[in-house]
Ligand binder design. Structure first.
Ligand SMILES: CC(C)(COP(=O)(O)OP(=O)(O)OC[C@H]1O[C@@H](n2cnc3c(N)ncnc32)[C@H](O)[C@@H]1OP(=O)(O)O)[C@@H](O)C(=O)NCCC(=O)NCCS
Length: 172
């Protein structure tokens, strides 16, 4: 099921046939260097894929979505919205991962901006966040480009991260 579309991207629910592409994404050390909880094996990747087949099982409007590059119909990433409880507060994260073959073309920002707009305008959230490894300069830049600002350093059972956040603009 399609979730949203941008000039160059379609974001849709993950499908069983995405398994090889998703595994190839996570098999790239450059991709997972700053994603500490990324699946490491085909079995773990399948578990994650199955978990998100129809959106997040407990919050079906959220989830990680296949990110398809329209010009070639290629699977180039998984992006979406994820629920977390951080320091006792419920948050929704704008999550984005793009394959290195497609880095540096503005696609991470294009996906993140569309997800942010979808979260605010379609799903009605008033606040969205990003959880970022402090060394992940590219991800910090994407977060800043969609209007997020550093809020605090935090950590959960997976490890430390920087929390970036943004409230819904008054006018949108
Ligand atoms: C973060 C990520 C999605 C960015 O994707 P992308 O499509 O290359 O991003 P964009 O092309 O939209 O670039 C966004 C900005 O980041 C900058 N940037 C990209 N890679 C960079 C790097 N390695 N170092 C510094 N800046 C970088 C770009 O220059 C651009 O800023 P600018 O417009 O001011 O020049 C991608 O690097 C990725 O998937 N990384 C691995 C997974 C990951 O870390 N996900 C986020 C977890 S929080």
């Amino acid at each position: 099921m399609k979730i949203l579309e941008t000039d160059r991207l379609i974001l849709r629910h993950l499908e069983p046939d995405d398994l090889d592409d998703l595994f190839a994404l996570y098999a790239d050390p450059e991709v997972v260097r700053t994603i500490p909880d990324a699946p490491q094996t085909l079995a773990e990747t399948k578990e994650e894929l199955d978990w998100f087949l129809h959106g997040h099982p407990r919050r079906p409007e959220l989830g990680l979505w296949a990110t398809i590059f329209k010009p070639t119909n290629q699977f180039i990433g998984r992006c979406g919205l994820l629920p977390w409880t951080i320091d006792g507060q419920d948050e929704v994260e704008v999550a984005y991962t793009i394959a290195p073959s497609h880095w540096g073309q503005g696609l991470g920002t294009e996906a993140a901006q569309a997800i942010l707009d979808y979260g605010f305008n379609t799903l009605g959230f008033t606040r969205l966040v990003c959880l970022i490894d402090e060394e992940n300069v590219a991800s910090i830049r994407v977060a800043e480009k969609i209007g997020m600002a550093f809020e605090k350093a935090s950590q959960d059972e997976i490890g430390p991260f920087w929390l970036y956040a943004r409230n819904k603009p008054e006018s949108s």
